[in-house]
Design a binder for this molecule. Structure first.
Ligand code: AMP
Ligand code: ZN
Length: 484
């Protein structure tokens, strides 16, 4: 991953600065100890597929991982799999998302968790996220660690027991809400959930919940406080302690996690250890779709397979993510994604058609400086991409230099420059730019498909292939791309 070429040219990287939600400011990154950075990314609740909004979180984590490696750090990274305890309300009331989904689908929670965990891991692969070095602990496999942590909190007087379980006493942790400067009164107004009248304070949160009387849960465990299941927040801290240690460098997640989930994590972790839990907190902003919150009930959810169904490479989604800064909200439209597809196509075409044969160059120093300066400034990927385009347009640079520069920066961007398989997926040639003969064949094939004459459509597909064009069929019609 580390490029020796560039290290020789530039032994010093610009200091890497990251926006820390804890201080609300840009801070220079320095590792807690040695050169091994410990990073935890809040992972998926596997009651359903992850949508493109969720995937933005993992592309942020991966961009950060690539940057840290490039800056010379080694890394221990964990993404948890939440397969129990995340309740529908996101607070401590309502059904467990896993159990609710299992009931709805008439399947076991285990079965559902396994299907959506696999789907999630495949999505990561498709997005070019190298997961071979990432640990993916499942919450259900760390129950005893969670119970032990709850015990510690009880022993230290930070937790109390009521009828339905064990709760963290927020009044015992005076700096509660420090992440994101959360005003507790604001949280209270936002709460839509029925209060549990036995709780000592409205912000107290469940560490362990007893299985409700008369309800048989599929996932439940014995504990010193009876049969039950862990609260959602405790899993992250218990797994961090076990796999990364009591103090870690980086913790990430979506901005929705700032007010409650991450403040709860800080409270329980720091109460248990008396030490600072996380040095840098990073949060990605949300994606909306066609201007609206992503929501099942609105039926506007977009998944990675929808992108592939349109004949677009999943790396197009990655490119589109990178065109915005991770701390800016972005609105997804298919037009915006098509725009990203054609920009990325142009970039890959430049590479394959003009530079690919020109081996032996080294990256351009001034370009690399601009590019790395942008990334070093809180992972400013839009600025980094702008630097890439400026370099591509710079006529004074040779194809060999451009080739080397693009290959170098793709270790950080991961958009598939130079990847021959991606070349096969280049898409969206506007029809008017096709030779007339090709346009005619395409038209004939569309007609054959419309009249369900698939044999004829296949013959025409092969004819187009012979002329150097690949067809992929999508619900919106066929896309055509050039094979070479
Ligand atoms: P979940 O499976 O709900 O725990 O979410 C997984 C990750 O996706 C978390 O880090 C969330 O903060 C994040 N997330 C959820 N919805 C969106 C969205 N619309 N845009 C960006 N990130 C999101
Ligand atoms: Zn978490």
């Amino acid at each position: 991953m580390l490029s020796r070429l560039f290290q020789r040219a530039h032994p010093n990287r610009p200091p890497l600065r990251l926006h820390n939600t804890l201080s609300g400011a840009l801070e220079e990154f320095t590792a807690l100890s040695s050169r091994e950075v410990k990073m935890y990314n809040c992972g998926p609740t596997v009651y359903d597929r992850q949508h493109i909004g969720n995937l933005r979180s993992y592309v942020l984590a991966d961009t950060l991982r690539r940057a840290l490696l490039y800056w010379g750090y080694s890394l221990k990274q964990v993404i948890n799999i939440t397969d129990v305890g995340h309740l529908v309300s996101d607070a401590d009331e309502g059904e467990d998302k896993m159990e609710a989904s299992a009931k709805k689908q008439g399947r076991s929670a285990k079965d559902i968790a396994s299907e959506y965990t696999d789907a999630f891991l495949k999505d990561l692969d498709a997005l070019g996220i190298d997961r071979t070095h990432i640990l993916f602990p499942r919450a259900t496999e760390y129950i005893s660690e969670q119970i032990a942590l709850v015990k510690t909190l009880l022993e230290k007087g930070y937790a109390y027991e009521i009828a339905d379980g064990i709760y963290f006493d927020v009044s015992r942790f005076p700096s509660y809400g420090k992440l994101g400067g959360i005003k507790l009164s604001g949280l209270r107004e936002g709460a839509r959930v029925e209060e549990n009248p036995e709780k000592h304070g409205p912000y107290d949160f469940a560490l362990w919940k007893r299985s409700p009387p008369g309800v048989e849960r599929e996932q439940e465990w014995n504990s010193p406080w009876g049969v039950g299941f862990p609260g959602w927040h405790i899993e992250c801290t218990a797994m961090i302690f076990k796999l990364l240690g009591k103090q870690i460098d980086i913790h990430t997640g979506g901005v929705d996690h700032i007010p409650v989930h991450h403040n709860n994590e800080i409270a329980q972790a720091e109460a248990a250890t008396g030490k600072r839990y996380v040095k840098y907190w990073l949060h990605n902003e949300f994606i909306t779709i066609e201007g609206k919150k992503i929501s099942k009930s609105l039926g506007n959810t977009v998944y990675l397979y929808n992108v592939a169904d349109r004949g677009l490479s999943p790396k197009v989604l990655r490119y589109w993510f990178l065109t915005a800064h991770y701390r800016s909200p972005i609105n997804f439209t298919w037009e915006a994604l098509e725009g990203a597809a054609s920009a990325r196509d142009r970039l890959l075409r430049h590479f394959f058609e003009e530079y690919a044969q020109a081996e032996g160059g080294t990256p351009d120093e001034s370009f690399m400086r601009n590019f790395l300066d942008a990334l070093a400034h809180d992972l400013d990927t839009p600025k980094a991409l702008a630097a890439v385009w400026e370099m591509v347009r710079n006529e004074s640079l040779s194809p060999a230099v451009k080739r080397a520069s693009l290959l170098e920066v793709d270790t950080l961007l991961g958009i598939g420059i130079g990847d021959a398989r991606e070349r096969m997926k280049l898409s969206v040639i506007p029809e008017r730019e096709l030779p007339e003969e090709i346009q005619k064949l395409l038209q004939e094939r569309e007609e054959a498909r419309a009249s369900k004459d698939f044999t004829r459509a296949d013959v025409l597909r092969r004819e187009l292939q012979e002329r150097g064009y690949e067809i992929s069929d999508t619900p919106e019609g066929s896309r055509i791309s050039k094979i070479n």
